[in-house]
Design a protein around this ligand. Sequence first.
Ligand SMILES: [Zn+2]
Length: 83
Amino acid sequence: MYENPSSYRARKYKDWLLRRANYRCERCGDSKYKLHIHHIIPRKDGGKHTPENLIVLCPSCHQYAEWLYNNGFEVSREILMMC
Ligand SMILES: [Zn+2]
């Protein structure tokens, strides 16, 4: 099947992010659920597709991260991995 170079790169990048996270949620360490790659600062607010702005989360931590952000809390990888 034909795959264009940018989707190939995107897939490789996703694999790398998941490997960095050890295939677990980077907040709670869970690996039972489907993992999401979350933009810490959303793209609509200028968040970049960089390793610092991306974190692998389970569905409930993903919800929590969005809640924090939407309620005006400061969020970063370090904060999300600690709280
Ligand atoms: Zn989690």
